[in-house]
Design a protein around this ligand. Sequence first.
Ligand code: B1M
Length: 215
Amino acid sequence: LPLFERLQKRIIDGERNGLEEDLEAGMQEKAPLQIINEDLLGGMKVVGDLFGSGQMQLPFVLQSAEVMKAAVAYLEPHMEKDDSGGKGKLLLATVKGDVHDIGKNLVDIIVSNNGYDVVNIGIKQPINAIIEAAEEHKVDAIGMSGLLVKSTVIMKDNLQEMNSRGISDKYPVMLGGAALTRSFVEQDLDEVYEGDVRYAKDAFEGLHLMDRLMA
Ligand code: B1M
């Protein structure tokens, strides 16, 4: 197989052997972020489709996710960056009950490589932990990720909790993850949240939202 097809197939097959060599060769032709966007994410999409249609079992999905994470970790130090920080601070968490973190961690990489400080508190984070960390680190915005349909309900509850604690004016919220839609966030959830709530389709839109917020 040609190099970039092989890289994509590595994600689909969860095949790590030789991954670094292929990534190294790939970087001779493309920027690391381009490899992630054009090749690796396509592989994860196939995995999602195979899993969703019952053609792939969970342990194999996990292997694919691990190869994806290893690939991103390998590429990350090679990315162009302005990691000076100081443009603003974003808290990132995957919401309660949800373990998916590849997308959230991509947001972390893109946003922190573009001059922001990111406090990434990980997966399965209840709203209490999110608010505590936001207060402790004095962040400018809160980002929540979730890929399960039930996470969209949790996000709504979280926004309501922030309203009732009287902190919605203080924290603009950015939501992302495959189960969300723009209209759900920017119409339905916008009616719920007393502060500003926005949808980010991908990590770059997350960065643009931060740029707009901090302008
Ligand atoms: Co899960 N899983 N999974 N899974 N998994 C999905 C989400 C699913 C759609 C698969 C499917 O059925 N086709 C399905 C959800 C169905 C639903 O809710 N309706 C599903 C399921 C069912 C499950 C389990 C329940 C399976 C089970 O146990 N029976 C279980 C859930 C466990 C739990 O959370 N409690 C489970 C577990 C897992 C693994 C552990 C095996 C693994 C996760 C590993 C990990 O993340 N560390 C996994 C994976 C890999 C997937 C799929 C295949 C791929 C997800 C992914 O990483 N995509 C996924 C299929 C799919 O999404 N279509 C699936 C790549 C990633 C870069 O995309 O996260 O969407 P994504 O991020 C994007 C944007 O959404 C956005 O930016 C990124 C791109 O730049 N974005 C943000 C994301 N977060 C953002 C936050 C922002 C801004 C942008 O600001 C804050």
